[in-house]
Design a protein around this ligand. Structure first.
Ligand code: FCB
Length: 484
């Protein structure tokens, strides 16, 4: 090849590579969820959610460990300071959730306009600061009244959610563009199963059954189907209402890995685990079918999962505009006890791990590659990615040097960029979380924020990861940024 031609080719391919990386409009953000940050649980006539019941009434996270104060984010004086801080770090979008029991205190019935006014003010304040709101309609705060009617296990939940979603579209449709309809069905269902185990007095097992086991498969598949149908119905209402914007769901997707010396039974369980955790959702949304292997297993086990013949097609036909991916870690799976499907998760010896599992940025690239090649390359927003490490977040002389979280974020952004170079269409990346906050049944022990929060004084201190993230957003070369 002639020298000039070679040069031209090289420049061309270099241009393509650059073009595939985050553009100027890329959403660089952080995420949070209402119950984890808001506090002020009695403000403006908020109704009760299942989490008030778990943590305040039943003290499942420990004595006095509740969301009653959290990080006081419902308070305007407080959140205005936080918005200012986020802006100073360079963040241009913010994912937060609206609490259903604030908007409709009993889950169904009259709309609480005080809460509507609060969130409209908050969204306007974000926008005035140049921060784009990404609004999650449901991040697990099921109104208590509806939880008592069975929550997502009740097929009526499809209509309950749709009615709530319509209220959101009517009241926020003019100021919001990007909506995440529901967050992480499989983790929410797992949290509820774990809470029920605790309520029944069994505290011996603190694991979270995110990959449904035989004991939890019926509740899980039934709830997943209803949640996806609820999102699809809300999407249809949005279309009928002629609102403008983009809608998607946020799924906790995780590659399923097995050991090099895995047995056939390990591999068989891993395949079903992938079916339950990943393909169940992705196949329904992008192919209009539920995975045959999971359906066959449910049939063999005689499970009543309430999947009607047209359900998966209805979910597909909704035509969500983007896929929200919450990625933390892959799962290593092997066969547990007994015959038949019974997966067990583990972390291999020597594998670095965070609170939410193995640290494997390469698996984020693999996941995005899979979404692109197997599911038609939909637009993706990384709606959550982040980490917390035992003992890492120490406030010393007014500083928190969270080297491991900082490296985690750097490595995962590089992994995302890699997939974008392969052709994945990623529109945004949100760190979980902006601030340390209430980690559900784990209480305040597990910090995930880029901003340190002193639980007693509510004082905020940006950590090293926050500064480094700000530099990445500005366009500095990731490898030149130090996490120490
Ligand atoms: C995700 C949840 C989020 C937070 C992070 C650490 O599964 O969506 O609320 O708890 O984990």
């Amino acid at each position: 090849m002639k020298k000039t031609l070679l040069l031209a080719c090289l420049t061309l391919s270099a241009n393509f590579a650059v073009a595939a990386e985050p553009s100027k409009d890329f959403m660089w953000g952080a995420a949070s969820a209402s119950y984890q940050v808001e506090g002020n649980v009695n403000q403006d006539n908020r109704g009760k959610s299942i989490w008030d019941y778990y943590l305040t009434d039943k003290q499942l996270a420990g004595l006095g460990v509740t969301g009653e104060v959290a990080i006081n984010f419902y308070d305007r004086d407080q959140y205005l300071k936080d918005i200012k801080l986020l802006k100073s770090l360079g963040i241009n979008s913010y994912r937060f959730s609206i609490a259903w029991p604030r908007i409709i205190p009993d889950g169904l019935g009259p709309v609480n306009m005080q809460a509507v006014a609060h969130y409209r003010r908050f969204i306007t304040d974000l926008k005035l600061a140049g921060i784009k709101p990404v609004v999650t309609l449901y991040h697990w705060d099921m109104p208590l009244a509806l939880a008592q009617k069975g929550g997502w296990e009740n097929r009526d939940s499809i209509d309950w959610f749709n009615q709530y979603a319509q209220v959101i579209f009517e009241n926020f449709g003019d100021i919001v563009q990007d909506y995440v309809l529901i967050n992480e069905p499989s983790v929410e269902v797992a949290q509820n199963i774990k809470a029920k185990r605790y309520l029944a007095g069994d505290t011996s097992d603190s694991s979270l059954p995110i990959i449904a086991t035989p004991a939890t498969l019926e509740t899980s598949l039934k709830s997943y189907n209803h949640i996806l149908l609820a999102a699809a119905k809300a999407k249809e209402s949005f279309r009928e209402g002629h609102y403008k914007g983009r809608l998607g769901v946020a799924l906790p997707l995780s590659p399923i890995l097995t050991a090099g010396d895995a047995t056939d039974q390990d591999k068989a369980d891993a395949k079903i685990a992938d079916g339950v955790l990943n393909r169940w959702f992705l196949d329904a949304i992008y192919k209009g079918t539920y995975p045959e292997d999971v359906l066959a297993l449910a049939k063999k086990m005689n499970l009543k999962i309430d999947v009607q013949p047209t359900d998966a097609k209805t979910i597909h036909d909704a035509g969500f505009e983007f896929l929200g991916i919450n990625y933390y870690a892959p799962f290593y799976v092997r066969h547990g006890k007994g015959k038949g499907y019974n997966p067990e998760t583990y972390i291999p010896k020597g594998q670095k791990a965070a609170f939410n599992g193995a640290v494997r940025p390469d698996q984020l690239t693999a996941l995005l590659d899979r979404i692109r090649t197997e599911y038609g390359n939909p637009t993706v927003i990384i709606t959550e990615n982040g980490a917390g490490f035992p003992g890492e977040d120490k406030l010393v002389k007014g500083m928190v040097v969270d080297t491991q979280r900082c490296e985690y974020i750097k490595d995962h952004i590089k992994a995302m960029n890699e997939a974008m170079k392969h052709g994945s269409k990623v529109d945004g990346y949100m760190v979980w979380s902006s601030h340390d906050n209430l980690e559900w049944l784990e209480g305040y022990k597990s910090r995930f924020g880029m901003i340190y929060v002193d639980w007693n004084t509510q004082k905020r201190t940006p950590k090293q990861s926050a500064y480094v993230y700000g530099h990445i957003i500005k366009g500095d070369k990731i490898d030149t940024l130090s996490c120490k």
